[in-house]
Design a protein around this ligand. Structure first.
Ligand code: BGC
Length: 762
């Protein structure tokens, strides 16, 4: 066993293990040890836990706005609720126990624990295992194995718990519970959106029993005789659906339940589904078990947070809790999509299709604020209309609410989506996607930018004023370099499509959205005259107008000494960072991560050196961006330092679960997805190069012996192995075809395998 830190262990790099139980870690452990499948997320709690332990099963497409402010996904009734009692002792972890071990098997998403409980006449050992099936998204399975070292009577209570942990107001109401003889079924409605949610419990092999209803729990009770050292195996299924998934949820549940042959069959099917996923997304790191397991841990969480059944957003906290509203931020395109783009482009397309489905929401938002085209929501749920509340935090000193303008001024979300469309098309050459969705989104985003810029006649240039860049601590700024460059790139690419894409397709889309010639000439003008901040005499690019006049505090963490209250908000309107150059997160460095070809290496290095010490890294998005950029710039040690930080955010729970009275706990899904990108696009330099070849430019940290990963090149899966001495690329298709890649700037063509020996790599 190797320790990763804070009581987390691993044995093979495929599992995380903890052998101490701490009730106060329920928020963090419940997220880390969760199981899920992109349709639902079930927190890593124990079957005997209730809402106080933050039990949660969050289901996609069940948004509800119960309090008129926070639109969130619903937590559904817990059909895995089960308790055991022996000789008057509750077998729950708050009671004395020994040999506790909990684990999450990342290879197949199994979460569980084992513990031995002393009872009056001996001991009873309980083993619990559960998983959300990756093969059948609506189904969860759970198995208990109970063994007593003496003959005794076991009391079992198993059923559905309808008392739910909700972050902001209760979402489900009108619970209608019925006993179906082999389990309970509950039906309920969301408060405001009126979605019907159905949950079914199915138990094996126990039937009959005595119904017990207490504290919102509908249970069946049995007394079973345990023989000495003879394990009793109890299996259970939980099946979930909503009226957004099935027209007749109740009958759909019965059908889905009937299709499960047994717990073992469900488990086997789940394993095969996971094998297929890992064959795409696994990254094998030789030489550092801690990095290996943490990489898999993050990749696992990125996968289970991603809806793969229909176009829906990836929530910023995935399906680990209700924080961040189960909704998409720019995180989705910039942090989560790359992993799919290079390993499972179909999924990247699905995420972009979600953005197409929400295009009307974005159009509505633009019109509401007096703009044209598509102003995408900062926080985007089902319809794409803005669900980011105006007020997030409060000023703890005055107790007054703070108006943040994330929803109004963080306009880079629209060009960020354009950026993702461009990358998707560049990698996949999927013309069908562009015809159906991509071009229209690009045009509408260009329209928005064109209506958002202001022309300054005296300067003969366009500007983007009153914005907020990625650094959320500085609002209401003009000409944020990141936003201007991103907008410029979106316009430029749109014009390129207009010129080079099949004219028939272009005209069709133009007609559809009534795109006039005058608009296109305006886009040309803006592209030519949009102000793009350039390096000054010292080689530095100003983050936004006037940034260099703000107080420079280095290192940025010094600024925290100015807090008058530990929970004060740092940003707008008068937090401690507002009048300083202290950044919340990567902003200029973010620009370099997306547009490395626009700047020379010296400029990027110089600006990195300037901005990094002025960055607080108070967003979980920040370390991974720094790791990626530093690695590309060949600063391997610096990159590895940030990589490590990013890697451990959730595994070692380094970020706050509550800030300014707002719950922000749960998994940091963008960072989970960025792990894949840090390694492949950062350390290994994977990209689609300017001449449309896949390119690799590896620099390995000295802590690793080698890295192996899988990527699709021209639609064919390849296995890429990089060590300090050697690179090998294997075409995994049955009938290999010619592959050409750019390796360290050199063009290499091979059929089935390429292998090179290198003397020494940095
Ligand atoms: C970050 C944003 C991010 C959001 C959701 C915020 O704290 O500043 O950049 O999009 O969290 O992850």
């Amino acid at each position: 066993m190797q320790s990763i830190g804070k009581g987390i262990l691993t044995q093979t790099g495929w599992e995380i293990i903890k052998n101490s139980y701490e009730a106060k870690q329920a928020i963090n452990d419940g997220s880390s040890f969760m199981t899920g499948n992109g349709y639902l997320g079930y927190r890593g709690t124990f079957a005997h836990d209730s809402s106080e332990a933050y039990v949660g099963c969050f289901v996609t497409d069940t948004w509800d706005n119960a309090d008129g402010k926070w639109e969130e996904l619903s937590n559904v009734p817990n059909a895995l609720f089960t308790t055991f009692h022996v000789e008057g002792h509750d077998l729950t972890l708050t009671q004395p126990h020994q040999d506790f071990e909990r684990s999450l098997d990342l290879s197949q998403g199994l979460t569980g624990y084992q513990a031995t409980f002393p009872v009056s006449a001996g001991t009873v050992t309980l083993k619990e295992e559960k998983f959300a099936s990756l093969a059948q998204h609506h189904v969860l399975g759970m198995r208990h194995v109970i063994t007593a070292d003496h003959p005794t009577v076991l009391v079992i209570e198993s059923g559905i718990d309808t008392v739910l942990w909700d972050l902001n107001q209760q979402h489900l109401r009108g619970f209608d519970v019925k006993d179906t003889a082999r389990g309970f079924e509950v039906q309920a409605q969301t408060s405001q959106s009126n979605i019907q949610v159905n949950v079914l419990e199915r138990r094996y092999p126990l039937e009959g029993g005595q119904v017990v209803v207490k504290e919102g729990k509908h249970l069946m009770r049995w007394e079973v005789t345990l023989k000495e050292n003879e394990p009793l195996i109890l299996d259970k299924l939980m099946v979930v659906t909503s009226s957004n998934d099935h027209e007749h949820p109740s009958s759909a549940l019965s059908q889905m339940e009937a299709s499960v042959e047994s717990y073992d069959a469900l488990k086997q099917e789940n394993k095969l589904a996971w094998d297929a996923y890992w064959a795409r997304f696994d990254i094998i790191i030789e030489g550092n078990l801690s990095d290996q397991v943490a990489t898999r841990f993050n990749t696992y969480h990125a996968i289970i947070a991603t809806p793969m059944h229909k176009p829906l957003p990836i929530g910023a906290r995935g399906l680990s809790c209700q924080a961040y509203q189960g909704a998409a931020f720019w995180d989705q395109e910039i942090y989560n999509t790359p992993m799919y783009l290079f390993s499972y482009p179909k999924q990247a397309r699905m995420l972009l299709e979600y953005r197409y489905q929400t295009l009307d929401g974005a159009r509505k938002k633009a019109r509401k604020h007096g703009y044209e085209g598509a102003f995408y929501a900062w926080i985007s749920g089902k319809t794409g209309e803005e669900i980011c509340p105006d007020f997030f935090f409060k000023d703890v000193l005055s107790d007054r609410p703070i108006r943040n303008h994330f929803n109004l001024w963080q306009i880079h979300i629209s060009p960020d989506i354009a950026y993702s469309i461009v990358r998707y098309y560049e990698v996949t050459q999927d013309e069908d996607f562009m015809r159906l969705y991509g071009l229209e989104m690009m045009f509408e985003i260009a329209r928005f930018i064109a209506s958002r810029v202001v022309f300054k006649p005296r300067l003969n240039r366009y500007e983007l004023t009153q914005v907020q860049g990625p650094d959320e601590y500085h609002e209401n700024v003009d000409n944020n370099a990141f936003t201007n460059y991103q907008s410029h790139a979106a316009l430029k690419e749109t014009l390129r499509y207009l010129e080079h894409f099949n004219p028939e397709d272009i005209n069709k889309v133009r007609q559809q959205i009534n795109l006039g010639d005058h608009e296109i000439s305006l886009w040309h003008d803006i592209t030519n005259k949009l102000y793009l901040p350039k390096p000054n005499q010292e080689g530095l690019i100003e983050q936004f107008d006037g940034f260099f006049n703000l107080e420079s505090v280095v290192p940025a963490h010094e600024v925290t000494k100015r807090l008058k209250h530990p929970e004060e908000y740092y940003g707008w309107p008068n937090g401690i960072t507002v009048f300083t150059q202290c950044n919340k997160q990567a902003d200029m460095v973010q620009l370099f991560s997306l547009h490395p070809s626009l700047f020379n290496r010296d400029t990027m290095r110089m600006n990195y050196a300037y901005y990094e010490p002025r960055t607080l890294h108070f967003s979980s998005l920040s370390p991974s961006t720094h790791a990626l950029v530093a690695a590309r710039l060949g600063m391997v040690e610096e990159a590895y330092r940030h990589f490590k930080k990013a890697l451990m955010i959730d595994l070692l729970n380094t970020n706050e679960a509550v800030s300014g009275g707002t719950f922000i706990g749960g998994m940091h899904t963008a960072n989970n997805g960025a792990t894949w990108a840090m390694i492949t696009q950062g350390f290994l330099g994977l990209k689609r190069s300017h001449n449309h070849l896949y390119a690799l430019n590896p620099v390995l940290p000295k802590e690793w012996k080698s890295v192996t990963f899988f990527t699709d090149i021209q639609g064919v899966r390849h296995k890429i192995y990089v060590s300090h001495e050697e690179i090998s690329i294997l075409n995994l298709s049955q009938s290999p075809m010619e592959t050409t890649i750019l390796l360290n700037e050199e063009t290499i063509t091979f059929r089935s395998q390429y292998q090179s020996q290198k003397q020494s790599r940095a």
